[in-house]
Every structure is written in structure tokens, then in C-alpha cells.
Write a protein that binds this ligand. Structure first.
Ligand code: FES
Length: 160
């Protein structure tokens, strides 16, 4: 953690009646700084809070907002909750995995796209739902995903 975030983390510890309650906001600080949670930071957080690294690990791996590896420029999270599955989420995931040549939680070699399957994102009535860089996309279709991927690829400078 950089000095600024370390100071913020110490401040957060003072704001909660139980210091352990500051863990999630502190994890957000680290995720924002590194765009994932590096191993070394798990120990920094544990030492700072006086808890075990295993406890930090157990919390951060529970939430799909936190990552243990760097993600792509576009983090595509397909809801795999029941409503979304019934409305075709598995087909959307398969389309992304096959089209981008990645497996679940995988990132394309160019670092552009990461595809994850996540638990319910609370848009069940607009299933299937997808989040891209934490922005909600309800009623997702394969065509909409194709259009998004095409637009995102246009941003990449070509060598031509
Ligand atoms: S099951 Fe997908 S948003 Fe709830």
C-alpha cells in the first residue's frame, strides 16, 4: 500500500467499533491501488489489522469485487444466478469463453478482457445480467456482447 492509502487504512480502523469491520473498505483501497490484491498486500493488511493472512484471504476470495490476479482492461462478469441461467447466461458465458479463447476467470493474452462468472448481481428481473467494469448491463444478449467487444477492440491501436 502506498503511504496515502496506509494512512487512509489506519483512519478506517478508527471509524469502526470493531476494527475487523474495516477489512472490506481496506481491501477496496488495495484493489483500487493495484487493480488486484497482491500476496504481499494480504500480509500488510493482516499485520495492520492484527488478524491472520488466512482470514484476509478468506474474505477477499468470497467477494467477486476483489481479485488475486491482475484483470484485463475490461472485466466482464456474467451473472450465474438462477434467474440469469434460466434466461441464457450460460450461453453468454460460452460465447465469451469461445470467442475470446479464455476459460472462466481467464484474461486474453493482450490484457484486454477478463471473463468471470459471478453470483447474483441483483438484477434478476432483467436477466440475464452482465457487469462490465462494475457497470450493470441488464437484459444482455449475445448481439449486445458482440457489439461491445467490437467497439472495445476498435480502441486498440493496430500495427498497420
Ligand atoms: S440471478 Fe442474475 S441478477 Fe440475480
Amino acid at each position: 500500500m502506498n503511504g496515502e492509502n496506509l494512512a487512509k487504512a489506519r483512519e478506517l480502523l478508527r471509524h469502526f467499533p470493531h476494527e475487523s469491520s474495516a477489512l472490506i473498505p481496506i481491501l477496496h483501497l488495495v484493489e483500487q491501488e493495484f487493480e488486484y490484491i497482491p500476496d504481499a498486500e494480504v500480509h500488510v493488511i493482516a499485520d495492520l489489522m492484527g488478524i491472520t493472512a488466512a482470514y484476509v484471504e478468506s474474505v477477499l476470495t468470497f467477494y467477486s469485487l476483489f481479485h488475486r490476479q491482475p484483470t484485463g482492461k475490461y472485466l466482464i462478469q456474467v451473472c450465474r444466478g438462477l434467474s440469469c441461467q434460466l434466461m441464457g447466461a450460460d450461453e453468454l458465458s460460452s460465447f465469451l469463453y469461445e470467442g475470446l479463447g479464455v476459460q472462466r476467470n481467464g484474461t486474453t493474452p493482450d490484457g484486454m478482457f477478463t471473463v468471470e462468472a459471478v453470483e447474483c448481481v441483483a438484477l434478476c428481473k432483467n436477466a440475464p445480467a452482465v457487469q462490465i467494469n462494475l457497470e450493470f448491463y441488464p437484459n444482455m444478449t449475445r448481439e449486445k456482447l458482440e457489439a461491445f467487444l467490437d467497439k472495445a477492440r476498435e480502441e486498440v491501436p493496430t500495427d498497420a
